[in-house]
Design a protein around this ligand. Structure first.
Ligand code: TYD
Length: 206
């Protein structure tokens, strides 16, 4: 039996964590085997790389940043995602390659194609079966991030232009791959987003 990889994408503040929790609860309710993971993270090496890449006191060049995310991803895929899929589980992954394409490829202006290549190497070409992209306007994002009241990490300190480029890149990726990437309204109520997400993955469910 082969599992399914469902990835959740969107800018910070688009509601990914809420959707992941809702999806997992729904799949469990249907008695389907599911594991939720986040990037960067999920395994020890990737969690440590997460601390490094988010640390505002470190200088991290754009290329180093892209490679750190790719290294964390390589370890997560090899150590956990592939074995889980081979065991027939649904894996709900909070961010995957599209995050690097949007944030490093477009936001850091490294080029989407260059970043796609290092990620092809990192993952051995493992692609998501379905990607749910939470699209959200700048005002809603700002409101949600402000409500969290947490200190900004190194990525969140990047300016508005960075997030504008990353958001536009997500839109372009979604337009280029409509079969894989389903666009959801991140500003809608959580139950509305969840219903749309279930609908978008329905053909993957038994
Ligand atoms: P996190 O706190 O998980 O943010 P979020 O809840 O928005 O996912 O931090 C992950 C940060 O790393 C987030 O700002 C997005 C960024 N990121 C990249 O720039 N490239 C990547 O490939 C990934 C996976 C994350």
């Amino acid at each position: 039996m082969v599992g399914r990889l469902i990835t959740i994408e969107g800018l910070d503040g688009s509601g990914k964590s809420t959707l992941v929790a809702g999806l997992v609860a729904e799949l469990e309710r249907r008695e389907l085997p599911v594991t939720a993971l986040r990037e960067p993270g999920g395994v020890e090496l990737a969690e440590r790389l997460r601390d490094l890449v988010k640390d505002p006191s470190l200088e991290v060049s754009a290329r180093a940043e892209a490679l750190i995310y790719a290294a964390a991803r390589a370890q997560l895929v090899g150590e956990l995602v592939l074995p889980l899929l081979e065991a027939g589980r649904f894996v709900v992954l909070d961010r995957y390659i599209d995050s690097s394409l949007a944030y490093q490829g477009a936001g850091r202006e490294l080029g989407v194609e260059a970043v796609a290549q290092i990620n092809q190497f990192a993952t051995g070409g493992l692609a998501a079966d379905r990607t749910l992209y939470l699209r959200v306007d700048a005002a809603t994002r700002a409101e949600r991030i402000g409500e969290r009241g947490e200190a900004a990490d190194r990525l969140e300190l990047a300016g508005d232009e960075f997030f504008k480029l990353a958001g536009d890149a997500y839109d372009e990726l979604a337009a280029a791959e409509p079969e894989r990437i389903c666009v959801l309204d991140g500003a809608a109520a959580p139950e509305v987003v969840l219903a749309a997400a279930i609908d978008a993955i329905s053909e993957l469910l038994p």
